[in-house]
Ligand binder design. Structure first.
Ligand code: 3PG
Length: 415
């Protein structure tokens, strides 16, 4: 049992999970190369191998479910490549099953032998999985009704998706004995220890393309007074710049419009007016229509913004140097193109060289870590989480953890 805030969360030791059939939710959602469709980073896949290996060593039959991307996005792809990488890290074959709840998947689950594991297809091909609702409602979905009767236990190892109240995360704990997997257990234990309320200043470096999610995170960080400085980059920074009244030029406004982000401007403005400690880049690296790159001030941009600029890197690095805890999530620029990785890599370097403790989250940010960087656990925590990590640090109760707690209360009669 682990304690997270006031919640008791059951772990694997709380049950006799030997030679049983286990449904294991992991999060191997990984960044995808838009051109080749191949995975850019496999650190989440590598991390989950530990829980799978342990369950297989105990002669369990393991049915693995996960998601990848969101319908409509470039990274919404099959989990077939993931199954090969997972097999490599686990050291045993993880068979890919091209189905989630249909007769083929259910038949394969029923016939699964002891010490065998299968990975079902991307759970988000089941449309119910995209709907967020309370656990009671999710426990009545087709996904839960079709799969739960075929297994003895449910284990949730998907810390990185613990902030979503989706059926695969909160529905099963209400109908099956359930526990947190090793990654879930390690993440919440390590982060609860590292992230001390008293340590300040706390610096957050937030970029990436999940703009609406990041606004929610910033609202929570600001409301709970967790952040001393929020250094923005990527599309998040552009949105705040526009909300502040900075003219980024027509082509960049067009990018924001094409991505459906203009409607978020009033929300960003409200965050700024609330006094949230938001920092906005003072310059950017832009790509001109001729293809030429230049470093330009934020109020005189003549091309498409691709990265934060040199002066911003200097200013942000000086803030980072003062931080007691520095949390980074989401790149500062379009890192798919090597020319626009300088901002992200420079801030990662500044964080690692600073005296503060560093928490790195989100697949894109992790993929920018130099392979030769030594991950000393007394200095750096590389989290599997992105949005979930930030909301956890903001003091939010994550729905997947709450559902595991509810399961424990229902099973044991204790609170
Ligand atoms: C993440 O990468 O943050 C998690 O896998 C959750 O993905 P989502 O934001 O598409 O729900």
């Amino acid at each position: 049992m682990i304690k997270v805030a006031d919640l008791n969360i059951p772990v694997i030791e709380d049950f006799d999970i030997n030679g049983r059939k286990v449904l294991l939710r992991i999060d191997i959602n990984s960044p995808v190369d838009r051109k080749t469709g191949k995975l850019l980073d496999d650190s989440r896949i590598k991390a989950h191998a530990e829980t799978i290996r342990e369950l297989l060593d105990k002669q369990n039959s393991v049915v693995i479910i996960s998601h990848q991307g969101r319908p409509g996005d470039d990274d919404f792809i099959s989990l077939e490549e993931h199954s090969k990488i997972l097999s490599k890290y686990v050291g045993r074959e993880i068979e890919f099953v091209d189905d989630v709840i249909g007769p083929y998947a259910r038949e394969r689950i029923s016939k699964l032998g002891k010490g065998e594991a299968i990975l079902l297809e991307n759970v988000r091909i089941v449309s119910e999985e995209l709907i967020e609702a309370p656990p009671q409602q999710q426990s009545k979905t087709f996904l839960v009704k079709k799969l739960a009767p075929l297994v003895d236990f449910y284990i949730n190892d998907a810390f990185a998706t613990a902030h979503r109240s989706q059926p695969s995360l909160v529905g099963f704990p209400l109908v099956k004995p359930s526990a947190a997997g090793r990654i879930m257990e390690k993440e919440v234990s390590a982060l609860s220890k590292i992230f001390n309320k008293e340590d300040s200043p706390k610096i957050f470096v937030l970029g990436g393309s999940k703009v609406s999610d990041t606004l929610k995170i910033i609202e929570h960080l600001a409301k709970n007074r967790v952040a001393d400085r929020i250094l923005t980059g990527g599309l998040v920074a552009e949105l705040f710049a526009v909300a502040k009244g900075i003219n980024l030029g027509k082509p960049n406004m067009q990018v924001l419009e094409n991505k459906g982000l203009l409607s978020l401007i009033p929300r960003a403005r409200k965050i700024l007016l609330s006094g949230a400690p938001i920092e906005i880049p003072v310059d950017f690296t832009v790509e001109k229509p001729s293809g030429e790159l230049s470093n330009e001030p934020e109020n005189n941009v003549s091309g498409i913004i691709k990265d934060i600029g040199n002066t911003t890197i200097e200013i942000y690095s000086s803030f980072i140097k003062e931080g007691k805890v520095i949390t980074l999530r989401g790149p500062m620029g379009v890192i798919e193109d090597e020319r626009f990785r300088i901002g992200t890599k420079s801030l990662l370097k500044a964080s690692i060289e600073s005296p503060g403790y560093v928490i790195i989250g989100g697949g894109h940010m992790i993929s920018m870590l130099d392979k030769d960087v030594e991950i000393n656990p007394n200095k750096i925590h590389v989290s599997t989480g992105g949005g979930a990590l930030l909301l956890f640090l903001a003091g939010d109760k994550l729905p997947a953890l709450e559902a595991l707690h509810m399961s424990w209360v229902m099973q044991s009669g204790k609170s």
